[in-house]
Design a protein around this ligand. Sequence first.
Ligand SMILES: [Zn+2]
Length: 120
Amino acid sequence: MNTLTGQRTRTITGYVYTLLEYPRILIERDVDFSHCRHGGVFDPDEPECVSCEFGNACRWLNRHRATSLDEATLAELIDALTAAADYLQKTTRHDRHCDCETCKWLLEARGFLRHRPDET
Ligand SMILES: [Zn+2]
């Protein structure tokens, strides 16, 4: 299967992992930590974090940092992919004929999620 980056991946896990690189770069760029008192570490018990405008993106990044993805199961990767697709869908409101990188990514991610393999 060919991914957006043109790399061939041999496994489904590898494929999803590669697919997650794009939202990770994008979300990392989106979130502005310069005024964050928590150093960009999401704390679910902190009301400030919950109401923060970057809260959702920050939570995603903290849950799915590269290190944890390396050991993630397919189910966790699919979970991360679903959350990333939902996030990008919400923040990117382009019409359905748009073919920018984000819309192309969303199309590929949604396509994969619709036909995803059994998580066994
Ligand atoms: Zn677009």
